[in-house]
Design a protein around this ligand. Structure first.
Ligand code: NDP
Length: 264
């Protein structure tokens, strides 16, 4: 029996997920195909899923909260963070997972002796990743350009600052969680602040992938180890693929094929 999978989002034309998953299906001889679907209205997620006869989907911006609401069964971590990026249909029920956060955790695991982490930005991606990092024993502080998005983090016990209130401390890892630098060369925070936190850090990471952002260029100028968001994207995809195929293949085996999407 052949299965159909898809990415749901708006926009979705740029997404690497179809290529990543199709390369892995082909390489592993798994009878399935992965498409892309531009979903305009998040409320229609469930009916669209069933009308297209899908077995599973990934969900990207701006529908991760709608996806959370559409699920019949939630994985405990997805439930905790309120965001779902992977859904699998089992016996007519939608099972929801969050693979962004474990993918991110694995991506930064190459940096050793990290205890304190500074997040630049407080959006949707910061939400799930800050939670998994804290669960794993890291101390996460958030610095955001405006206050509103920080409120939720503050209520959840995180240390939060805006640029105006920031008290500079030493952080082992500094991570750009904003979209600053995605389509331009802007920095995620004022340069004076960045110079200070980068200088005392052990490494710097950006969740934006496929380019060296202004933030990573600055970190490089400080001679710090840097990493972009490609591994995060790859690892969230591999973990989603494990759910799609009911854990028939090992992480490393899936990686062999899926990572080819980054060299094509
Ligand atoms: P959101 O829209 O939820 O949040 C955006 C955040 O960026 C907010 O904190 C916002 O601050 C801040 N921001 C935006 N522009 C600027 C700017 N010019 N200067 C300073 N701060 C800015 O975004 P997401 O959390 O969904 O995505 C964040 C980034 O993560 C994106 O670049 C996305 O591409 C990337 N991403 C990467 C993934 C991967 O697999 N590698 C997976 C998912 C996302 P404010 O609150 O003040 O508006």
């Amino acid at each position: 029996m052949s299965f159909l999978f898809s990415i749901f989002g708006n926009p979705v034309s740029h997404s690497k997920s179809p290529l990543m998953h199709n390369l892995a299906f082909k390489g592993l001889n798994y009878d399935a195909c992965y498409a892309r679907y531009k979903l305009q209205d998040g409320d229609k997620l469930k009916e669209t899923f069933f009308s297209l006869g899908l077995k599973g989907i990934n969900i990207t911006v701006p529908h991760k909260e709608y996806a959370f609401k559409a699920c019949d069964v939630l994985d405990p971590f997805a439930k905790k963070v309120g965001a779902v990026n992977t859904i699998v249909e089992k016996d007519g029920k939608l099972h929801g997972y969050n693979t962004d956060a474990p993918g991110f955790l694995k991506a930064i695991s190459e940096f050793k002796d990290i205890k304190t982490v500074l997040f630049l930005g407080a959006g949707g991606t910061a939400q799930s990743t800050s939670t998994i990092l804290r669960d794993e024993g890291y101390e996460v502080t958030l610095l955001n350009r405006s206050q509103e998005r920080l409120n939720k983090f503050k209520q959840n016990g995180f240390k939060t600052y805006t640029f105006d209130t920031f008290k500079i401390e030493k952080y082992d890892l500094v991570i750009n969680m904003t979209s600053a630098g995605l389509e331009d060369d802007s920095l995620p925070a004022p340069k004076e602040i960045l110079n200070k936190v980068i200088e005392t850090s052990k490494a710097c990471v950006d969740v934006i992938y496929g380019k060296e952002t202004a933030f990573l260029k600055l970190a490089k100028a400080h001679n710090k180890p840097i990493k972009d968001g490609s591994d995060m994207l790859l690892y969230q995809g591999i973990i989603a693929f494990e759910y799609f195929t009911d854990h028939k293949f090992t992480f490393d085996k899936i990686k062999t094929y899926m990572e080819k999407a980054f060299y094509l």
